[in-house]
Design a protein around this ligand. Sequence first.
Ligand code: GCU
Length: 336
Amino acid sequence: MKRKCYLLLLSFLLLIQTAGCGFGQNSEKPVPEYVLTYAENQPENYPTTKGAYYFADLVRERTDGKIEIRIRANGVLGDEQDIVSQVRFGGIDFARVSLSSIDGIPRLNVLQLPYLYTGADHMWKVLDGDIGKGYMEDFIGSDIVPLSWYDAGARSFYTSHKPITCLEDMAGMRIRVQENQMMMRMVELLEATPVPMGYAEVYSAFEKGEIDGAENNWPSYESVNHYEVAKLYCVDEHTRVPELQIISQVTWDKLPEEYQQVIRDCAQESALYERKLWAEREEKSREKVIQNGTEVIELSLEEKMKFREAMAPLYEEYCADYLDVVQDIMNEGEEK
Ligand code: GCU
């Protein structure tokens, strides 16, 4: 009887094991038809990177594994300017980039003007509405196909030694900006010296004393550790620079229409996911840096207006041909 039980148990175990192996064999990964690269310059746990993974998972599922998207985070594929050029000629398939890194489409400057939006809701109303859709058409002929807008909050200045408590404090400071003409001019209008450089170089530029300040949103300031080397964060919220998920036109043209649609849909869904993560992360990042000794300098409304006035010439200097769009955007902010 004992032996019988033992044999029964043994055959049962064997059965489970065989079944297990069988599952293993049957669940062979489908062979992808397309293996595509996605560049992201933020760390792995950053909202935009999580959005990228979410996007890649959705695309894999909805193409039955025929499209595999490999995310390369942490800026390992180069700085954003290089990434955009590589996307243009098809060396990189996808990327998530700050709008400031895309050159050659001057009307994009409008969306990045200082103090253009009254807040995040206003910006999303614009980007999700007809104006945002119209912008997607500006990319025709640029070798870039835009897929969806990602959130990047508001950018503010932060410094290592001298706090910014009023407009006059900006005078003479060396401020790192993105490699973008309008952003350089913005800093000049504040009587400071713009120092354009890639995102990855900012930390060591602070360490070496090559810059006095930089500007970015809370999650960037926190996640790439700028708060360790620049502890004075002035909440002036001068710009909201939207971000885009993009695909190379070269890659796009290779994909069947059916997959193009899947990619568009998944990009939109991933953007909604990213926006949700963004709102949570902004708060968490702020708390974390404060716990680690960041001094937050809040500007009075009056002082913010002074920053706004000082930067106002950018509207004419960089967007004179698009003042109608500027006006339309501003109107959106006023309507209830
Ligand atoms: C933000 C943005 C990055 C960009 C960076 C910058 O962090 O998400 O894509 O590179 O700003 O200031 O360069």
